[in-house]
Design a protein around this ligand. Structure first.
Ligand code: SF4
Length: 293
């Protein structure tokens, strides 16, 4: 008898839960709600909310809208977005995660009160990611974004440096960046760093490793755009090389289930529980020979 289990610690983080709750509440009162960018990096959940009336727009579309309601997702937005909304009489439903909001305020305060004006604010994060754009916006777009060690050449090591992290980056990655900057910064240069990695993601790394190592086969469920999905899948795969990343039930084929007796299902902070449950159902159908794909 094949055992199938869903990881209890996988699924939406509180920031995403909060954004979705706010969207659902607004959609009960109104038929249309615009959302700036995908509410969550999971196409299945986006589709579910779209069917309730949520319409995803981009920044260009936002600037053409007037007198409507727009939800800002958990990633947050730069000040320029609030400025467009003010000019166009757009009502903002602000679902920015409190953790991200706190980080935005911290960066803004740091930028506004720099003791040494030549200080460089550096953000360890993904270039172009919505959260990172929101953080860079707090510095009049002057912050330097470093995605990895090879980006460190963008920094002038003879000037002061203050380093922050995108909330969903890994703690190991952040520590590596800190060490490299320490080793390259000139002796008299002031270097300060702030660990702003969200524990909702980092605390899942150990949990997902433990979970993955207990099964013969792991299905890791996540959308392709999810940053923490990428990190968590890598951890999962390291703990159990027999891990397969899937985005939904249609990705699962019977041939993948060969010889597996213990199958685990886990996912990212942007993966809905209902989707992991659908995956479990699909596996059961395939094992019972009711669905051959
Ligand atoms: S990962 Fe953390 S910071 Fe990002 S939305 Fe979730 S709770 Fe908020």
């Amino acid at each position: 008898m094949v055992k199938i289990e869903i990881d209890k610690s996988s699924g939406f983080c509180f920031g995403v839960v909060n954004a979705i709750k706010q969207a659902e509440a607004e959609l009960k009162a109104d038929e249309i709600l615009y959302c700036l960018g995908d509410i969550v990096h999971n196409s299945h959940e986006v589709k579910r909310l779209n069917s309730m009336g949520l319409q995803t727009i981009n920044h260009e579309e936002l600037s053409k809208l007037h007198d409507v309601k727009v939800l800002l997702r958990a990633h947050g937005e730069p000040p320029s977005t609030y400025e467009i909304a003010r000019k166009n009489n757009i009502r903002i439903i602000d679902a920015t995660c409190p953790v991200v909001l706190q980080l935005q305020r911290k960066i803004k305060k740091t930028f506004d009160n720099l003791e040494q004006k030549d200080t460089q604010i550096v953000i360890y994060g993904k270039n172009g990611h919505a959260e990172v754009n929101g953080l860079v916006g707090q510095t009049e777009n002057k912050a330097i974004v470093v995605e990895n060690v090879s980006d460190l050449d963008k920094i002038d090591f003879s000037r002061p440096i203050k380093l922050f992290s995108q909330t969903t980056k890994s703690l190991d990655g952040f520590s590596e960046i800190v060490e490299k900057i320490k080793s390259r910064a000139h002796e008299a240069v002031k270097f300060e760093y702030f660990d702003t990695v969200c524990r909702q993601v980092s605390s899942r790394i150990d949990k997902i490793r433990d979970f993955a190592s207990e099964y013969d086969l792991i299905f890791f469920v996540s959308g392709e755009k999810s940053s923490n999905g990428k990190i968590l899948y890598e951890e999962c795969h390291q703990a159990n090389p027999n891990s397969i990343r899937v985005s939904g039930p249609n990705d699962i084929e019977k041939s993948m289930l060969k010889n597996a007796q213990y199958i685990g299902i886990c996912g990212a902070t942007s993966t809905p529980k209902w989707l992991m449950e659908e995956i479990a159902e699909k596996i059961k159908l395939l094992l019972n020979g009711e669905n051959e794909k």
